[in-house]
Design a protein around this ligand. Structure first.
Ligand SMILES: [Mg+2]
Length: 231
C-alpha cells in the first residue's frame, strides 16, 4: 500500500463557499459607496450580477461603476474597501471540520491559497479551521506572478512540512490552478466538485481522482492509502 505523509489543501470553494465571502465583501463595498454619495443599492446589485459571470475576471468594481453610468474616480477607494474587508464568520462546507479533525490525527496539513495574504489569513480564521493547519502558504507573499498554477506555492508547502512530492496529495476545486499546478510537481491530486468551478470540464488535466467534496475525498483517501507522518 502506498503511503501519504502530508496533504496540501486549497481554501476558497474547497473548504468553504467563496460566494459567502463575496456576498459579505460586496455589502462592505456598497456601504463604502454610500459614504461617497453613490447609489449603493444599485452598485451592490451590479457587483453581484457581474461577479456571477466569474469571480476571477478582474475589474468587477470598475465594470459595476460603468454599469451605473458614473465615472471611475472612486474606483480605487472602493477597491480598497474590498481589499480591506475582513470577514468575521465563514461557514465551512458540511462535514469539512470533522473530516479535517480525523485527518489531522494521521498527517500534517498545509493550506495553499492565492489572493491578498492578509485577507486569505483572515478568511481561514473566519472558517474556524485554522488550528488544523501546520503551514499556511499564501502565494501572493512572493508576488502575484507566483499564484497557482505556478509550482512555487506547492513547493513551499512541501518544504515547510519536510515532505516529498511523491508522498503528498493536493486537494482543490480548481482544475486550472490546484490540479494543474500540483501535477507540475508530480504531486498526486484530488479534485473536489464544489464552488464556482464544480461543473467545469477538467479532461485536459492530469487529475487522478474527483470527488463530491472534501469529506468525501478524505474518506476515500483514508480507505485507499496509508496516512502517516514523516519518519
Ligand atoms: Mg479554490
Amino acid at each position: 500500500m502506498s503511503h501519504i505523509t502530508c496533504l496540501l489543501i486549497d481554501l476558497d470553494d474547497t473548504l468553504y463557499p467563496q460566494a459567502d465571502f463575496l456576498d459579505q465583501a460586496w455589502t462592505a463595498v456598497a456601504d463604502h459607496a454610500a459614504r461617497l454619495a453613490l447609489d449603493a443599492a444599485r452598485l451592490e446589485t451590479a457587483l453581484r450580477t457581474i461577479a456571477q459571470a466569474g469571480s476571477a475576471q478582474g475589474r468587477i468594481i470598475n465594470q459595476a461603476l460603468a454599469k451605473l453610468g458614473v465615472d471611475d474616480s472612486n474606483a480605487a477607494l472602493l477597491v480598497a474597501a474590498f481589499s480591506n474587508f475582513r470577514p468575521c464568520r465563514l461557514t465551512p462546507y458540511v462535514g469539512v471540520d470533522a473530516a479535517l479533525e480525523r485527518l489531522k490525527v494521521h498527517t500534517p496539513l498545509a493550506l495553499i491559497t492565492d489572493g491578498n495574504p492578509a485577507q486569505q489569513r483572515a478568511k481561514l480564521l473566519a472558517t474556524g479551521l485554522a488550528d488544523y493547519f501546520d503551514v499556511v502558504v499564501c502565494s501572493d507573499d512572493g508576488g502575484r506572478a507566483f499564484r497557482k498554477p505556478h509550482e512555487r506555492p506547492f513547493g513551499r508547502g512541501l518544504e515547510s512540512l519536510k515532505a516529498s512530492a511523491h508522498n503528498a496529495v493536493m486537494v482543490g476545486d480548481s482544475p486550472h490552478k490546484d490540479i494543474l499546478g500540483a501535477n507540475r510537481l508530480v504531486v498526486r491530486t484530488i479534485r473536489v466538485r464544489t464552488g464556482e468551478y464544480a461543473a467545469v470540464d477538467s479532461n485536459a488535466t492530469l487529475t487522478v481522482a474527483s470527488f463530491a467534496d472534501v469529506p468525501d475525498a478524505i474518506d476515500r483517501l483514508r480507505s485507499n492509502v496509508e496516512l502517516r507522518r514523516s519518519a
